[in-house]
Write a protein that binds this ligand. Structure first.
Ligand code: ZN
Ligand code: ZN
Length: 604
């Protein structure tokens, strides 16, 4: 039965077709078995079976070596079931063979079989060695089993200091989200090469624990471990999320100094660009983009287009899109999200609609729910509320919270209480616990002085235990991040900050500024509401920026929520009166305030 295959299948190159048994056992005087070279050139299962048949029929003296090689080749050709059949016929397989099989199972999504074979190894096989654990941990998905393997590694004296087993343990714990356990193993490692450091920083970034990722990078520098490209991508990602631009700039300098060693590829370039975008340095981001020149991937073009969009540089984003097309790169669905977002943030309604319809007709990209969300946002912000609502009702898929949320924002911006109430019914169903929606709804009522309804929303939230996320703004001065909550007096320079705010209020009044008190939620009297507005977190951060940075320098503030309308108006005037450029990153985008205007042109 085993030899039939040789007649059906094209024979291996060693033997001509006319010979019935083309593969013959090697003669004793030959220096190397022909099977070995046959195995090296083997391409499919039938050829593997042919060779196996011949070995079994006429076992050559080096049968065991040949069977080992046969199993290896079968595994590398991903014929794992066949490899296992051969494996099971071998009396007392070596640990090397067990490792080969476990690795094959782990690499080919047969995790369970890999684990079962390991248990068999423990039960009746030889002792596992340093090469067993990395493969095994790759197959392992359960914490309890992982802990058992961890114990086994500690017992196997050689492995307890083996850097590969230890790194695999770190990667395993990170993979199942056990960051603390990963860190424990990592801390105890006698030798930490760059791979384990990178695994650990990746774990922190994936778990959104950006502070710890940067802390680890600092330790790495103290330990004089040279980071690789992947480590730097992680660090830049953490910087982007934290707005830690000084660290980000340091990484940029480090890349420049180590160009001979670090591969400055599209992924690293994109991470650097993204860091500058998210920290508010759009010009620097553009320079990185220009410097990447021929190394630009579609991913990088998308990041730049999206970056220009959230900085309100819509026209520039559209210009870049034309250049992208000219460079023969195909736009994808993400490119169009960036383009629609660019049109939204710059009020380019007709252009945005044009792109939305062109994406399917000209580029064959079917709009997803995200694209519909962008279209609703585009129409809504520019005041085309009916058209936006019609779009939501006509969408080919069920609108989600993001789509309705965009419409609610539009209702807020254009004071449409009736539509807001309809929208809110859907949002309560889809996102019952999203505090932002309720706060927006109560702001919509407050803007129309419907205080009873404001109270109703408040009560609704209270009854369901939904708490409002407090506004929080931060500003980095001399490498220290200062955080402010609304009305907070905890900062050591609080007194000075509040006196600056009084000065600001007086100078704003001189300029004819009237506080937009409808942005205060409580139903309190006018004077109280005015002072509550003055103490919004972004105003505190800006006031601190005014007293703690040199005149004329740019003030950069990061806010966790959407910018409030009153603060937005006030910041415009502050930028003019104090002759400062003020850049505020809120939850949705960047606002560049200069000479009394904002880059968002009030579309936000
Ligand atoms: Zn405010
Ligand atoms: Zn703005």
């Amino acid at each position: 039965m085993l030899t039939v295959a040789s007649r059906i299948n094209p024979p291996l190159s060693l033997a001509p077709t006319e010979i019935p048994h083309p593969i013959l056992p090697c003669k004793s005087h030959e220096p190397q078995s022909p099977f070995l070279s046959l195995l090296q050139n083997c391409e499919n299962l039938n050829q593997l079976k042919q060779i196996h048949a011949h070995i079994i029929k006429n076992p050559p003296p080096n049968t065991r070596i040949l069977l080992n090689k046969l199993i290896q080749t079968s595994c590398s050709l991903t014929h794992i079931d066949f490899a296992r059949k051969v494996f099971d016929q071998i009396p007392e397989p070596t640990v090397f063979l067990y490792n080969t099989m476990i690795r094959a199972y782990a690499s080919n999504n047969s995790r369970k079989e890999g684990i079962l074979l390991y248990l068999e190894l423990l039960h009746k096989g030889p002792n596992p060695d340093d090469f067993t654990f990395p493969f095994l941990l790759k197959a392992c998905e359960s914490l309890s089993l992982g802990k058992q393997i961890h114990g086994q590694i500690l017992k196997t004296s050689v492995s307890s200091s083996d850097v590969y087993s230890q790194t695999s343990l770190v990667t395993f714990y990170l993979g199942i989200g056990e960051l603390e356990l990963a860190r424990k193993v990592f801390n105890k490692m006698p030798e930490r090469n760059v791979v384990s450091w990178t695994a650990m920083t990746t774990g922190y970034v994936q778990a959104k624990r950006f502070d710890e990722a940067l802390g680890l990078f600092h330790e790495m520098q103290v330990g004089e471990v040279e980071p690789n490209g992947v480590t730097l991508v992680n660090v830049l990602c953490a910087c982007a999320h934290l707005g830690a631009v000084e660290m980000g700039k340091w990484v940029h300098g480090y890349i420049d100094r180590n160009m001979n060693r670090i591969d400055f590829n599209a992924a690293l370039g994109t991470a650097l660009l993204d860091m500058y975008v998210k920290c508010g340095y759009i010009k620097k981001a553009l320079r990185v983009f220009e410097d990447m020149d021929d190394k630009r991937s579609a991913f990088m073009w998308n990041a730049m287009i999206g970056g220009l969009a959230i900085h309100g540089l819509g026209e520039k984003a559209l210009e870049l899109f034309s250049l992208m097309l000219a460079s023969d790169l195909k736009p994808d669905d993400i490119t169009f999200i960036g383009l629609l977002c660019a049109c939204t943030h710059s009020g380019l309604v007709d252009k945005g609609k044009e792109y939305f319809y062109a994406m399917e007709i000209d580029y064959g990209i079917v709009p997803s729910i995200k694209h519909y969300g962008c279209l609703v946002d585009l129409l809504g912000r520019s005041g085309h509320l009916n058209e936006a609502y019609k779009t939501v009702k006509k969408m080919p898929m069920k609108p989600n919270g993001a789509v309705w949320g965009a419409l609610l924002n539009a209702c807020h911006a254009h004071s449409n209480v009736e539509l807001a109430e309809i929208v809110m019914e859907h949002l309560i169903e889809l996102e019952p616990l999203n505090d932002g929606n309720y706060v927006l709804m109560s702001n919509i009522y407050a803007a129309s002085c419907r205080w009873d309804d404001v109270a109703k929303v408040r009560r609704f939230m209270k009854d369901r235990g939904i708490e409002k996320t407090p506004g929080c703004s931060s500003i980095e001065v001399n490498n220290v991040v200062h955080e402010f909550m609304v009305g907070d007096a905890l900062h050591p320079q609080s007194k000075e900050i509040y006196s600056v705010l009084e000065d600001v209020a007086a100078r704003l009044r001189e300029e004819g500024y009237i506080p937009r008190t409808s942005f205060v939620l409580q139903n309190i009297d006018e004077e109280e509401r005015e002072s509550a507005l003055c103490h919004h977190s972004e105003k505190l951060a800006i006031a601190f920026g005014l007293i703690s940075t040199s005149p004329g320098s740019t003030i950069r503030v990061v806010k966790n929520l959407r910018a409030c309308g009153d603060c937005h108006e006030a910041t415009k005037l502050i930028s003019k009166i104090y002759d400062r450029e003020i850049i505020v990153r809120d939850r949705n985008r960047f606002h560049h305030f200069k000479d009394g205007t904002c880059s968002c042109r009030d579309f936000w």
